[in-house]
Design a protein around this ligand. Structure first.
Ligand SMILES: C[S@@+](CC[C@H](N)C(=O)[O-])C[C@H]1O[C@@H](n2cnc3c(N)ncnc32)[C@H](O)[C@@H]1O
Length: 278
């Protein structure tokens, strides 16, 4: 795995992603059994609010069966499978980390969705796959990892046909972190660079050439979601240790705790962003 992708592993959400197989086995689903996208939904989203967020993207992007969508930072493919199964659009799932990309391809095949979802392992900073332009682009909780915002937004702009729409879920900075919080952001959240305040973010998007930029503040709902995620994970500590082992359980719990702290201390806020390439 390239260095940039390998360094992502200090964020424990990305450690041992094959743990989804432990979840399926615990439900009595064999490793080679066929699956549906719905079977995987409790386990395959690395963003907040699960399918609701993906539906919000589908609406903002006006996706139809004919749409060709680029999912930037697609993780293990939960959003791509949801949209390919429900809407029938064609999704190109671009993911930096090789193990996540491979797992995504395996799960797509088991869901019978490999024909609608193309998996590509790569870095959005290198441009859209094969320089292609798409009808729509979505990216859920990915941009925080990428320091070079100017290049990132330029590549997203280049990835869209004229008139194409973009939907982003991302963080914005509400208050400067102290030294410990900055360390957590850099190491445990793999933050790639300074997190912009909302006004700066909007200006960066306009400068990259996007129009009709709409921001929806998600801070309260994401904070509640993360608090509940931590509570539920802790409540099932013994079951998680049994399924995933002590080290993975401790790593995930620590990651969930750090995120709750960053929201509760007023450092991080959340945004849903939609815009259009004129
Ligand atoms: C929090 S996860 C979200 C995954 C997925 N969007 C979801 O909602 O389940 C962020 C993902 O972005 C990927 N990523 C980070 N930087 C990237 C880059 N430069 N190009 C492509 N993917 C990237 C990470 O490897 C990780 O899988």
């Amino acid at each position: 795995m390239p260095d940039t992708a390998q360094s992502m592993k200090s964020m424990k959400l990305y450690d041992q992603v094959e743990r989804i197989h432990n979840e399926l086995r615990a439900l009595g689903i064999a490793d080679d059994a066929p699956l549906t996208a719905a079977d995987l939904e409790p386990f395959d989203s690395y963003h907040y609010l699960g399918a609701e967020a993906v539906e919000s993207a589908a609406t903002a992007l006006r996706l139809t069966r004919d749409s060709r969508l680029l999912d930037v930072g697609s993780g293990i493919g939960g959003s791509a499978r949801h949209l390919a199964a429900k809407i029938g659009c064609h999704v190109t799932a671009l993911e930096l980390q090789t193990d996540l990309d491979a797992l995504s391809a395996e799960l797509n095949a088991r869901c019978g969705l490999a024909g609608r979802i193309e998996t590509v392992c790569g870095d959005i900073l290198d441009g859209p796959p094969d320089g292609r332009a798409f009808d729509a682009l979505m990216s859920l909780l990915v941009f925080i990892h990428i320091g070079d915002r100017q290049r990132l937004l330029a590549q997203c702009h280049a990835a869209l046909k004229p008139g194409g729409r973009i939907y982003i879920e991302d963080f914005h900075l509400l208050r400067a972190p102290d030294a410990d919080q900055q360390c957590d952001l850099s190491v445990k959240v793999r933050c790639g660079g300074p997190i912009p305040a909302a006004a700066t973010y909007k200006a960066q998007m306009a400068e990259a050439g996007f129009a009709d930029i709409v921001f929806e503040d998600m801070t309260g709902r994401w904070s509640d979601f993360c608090r509940e995620r931590l509570r539920a994970f802790r409540a099932n500590h013994a079951g998680n240790v049994e399924k995933h082992g002590q080290a993975v359980t401790d790593g995930l719990e620590d990651f969930f705790r750090v995120i709750v702290g960053l929201f509760e201390d007023g450092v991080l806020g959340g945004l849903r962003i939609s815009a259009r390439r004129p």
